[in-house]
Design a protein around this ligand. Structure first.
Ligand SMILES: [Zn+2]
Length: 289
């Protein structure tokens, strides 16, 4: 399925491709003059090596998630929106994307999962879902220095083993003056996708982005979401009498409580919301040269 927007997006991506190892420009067959062949083309998708099949199917819940993501990649974000105990602060990502002229500015989603938030942005992920333009290790991006005007990273940094290296890559591929919007979890239970390594406090997040100019840090999802997800896990454990199988059967039933998350539409504005927020969002700018 070729359309003009897809062709334009891929054309613009081709102009900024670089070797993930030495950052030299790549030729159209994705070969680096120094390092040799670095990627492969699979239809409209460029694959520079993301997660392995076995990594994506490491645990049971993740196997189900991967199946749903692969089979129903258009449906998955909608399903998560309804069933998830997390209520994002309204108007986080869309206004940020609207602050760019996407017909001119090159903006990428760093770890898009199954989302495609706009047909003009570059979708990058470790998983090779149908919507992904660039399958890549997010710590070694196949993009030239200063090639992007902006980027978003929504609930990704907890899933990378070394967030500092990932953030350094964001800094490298952003042009001076380029901006990023990043959502990270604080009060959230373990959720492998395919891995889950850490959580961030508000000050911890500012520390991580020390190389950037911090424009704003806000509660991205409030304390009801923080409490609710933990409560659902707790209920499934309490009522499953030590049985992993029973726990797995009960957990989806606890999603009936998820609509309580709507209380966060109010509580996200509480002056102390950061104490137990489900997550934070930070907007940063790379200093102009
Ligand atoms: Zn190279």
């Amino acid at each position: 399925m070729h359309d003009t927007i897809t062709d334009t997006r891929q054309g613009r991506l081709a102009e900024v491709l670089a070797c993930p190892r030495c950052h030299a420009r790549l030729d159209p067959s994705l070969v680096c003059v120094v390092c040799g062949p670095m990627g492969t083309r699979r239809g409209e998708q460029l694959d520079f090596g993301g997660f392995g099949e076995s990594e994506l199917k490491a645990d049971a819940l993740n196997r189900v998630k991967e199946l749903v993501k692969t089979r129903f990649h258009r449906l998955y974000p909608a399903a998560i929106k309804v069933l998830s105990p997390v209520q994002d602060r309204p108007g986080l990502v869309t206004p940020f994307l609207r602050s760019f002229d996407l017909d001119r500015d090159l903006v990428a989603d760093f770890g898009c999962g199954t989302h495609r938030r706009d047909p003009r942005i570059i979708c990058m992920d470790g998983g090779s879902y149908g919507n992904v333009d660039l399958v890549t290790d997010l710590r070694r991006l196949p993009l030239a220095d200063g090639s992007l005007d902006g980027g978003i990273s929504i609930a990704v940094l907890e899933h990378v083993p070394d967030p500092a290296r990932h953030i350094a890559e964001m800094h490298r591929v952003l042009r001076p003056g380029g901006r990023m919007l990043v959502f990270v979890p604080f009060m959230q239970p373990f959720h492998a996708s395919p891995y889950d390594f850490q959580r961030f406090t508000e000050v911890g997040l500012r520390e991580q982005f020390g190389d950037f100019e911090v424009l704003a840090v806000r509660v991205g999802a409030g304390p009801t979401s923080g409490m609710l997800w933990v409560l659902q896990e707790w209920l499934a454990m309490l009522l499953s009498f030590g049985s992993r199988r029973l726990y797995r059967a009960i957990l989806p039933l606890t999603w009936v409580l998820s609509p309580l998350k709507l209380l966060d539409l109010l509580l996200v504005h509480h002056p102390m919301a950061a104490q137990a927020a489900s997550g934070f969002v930070i907007e940063v700018r790379k200093a102009s040269a």
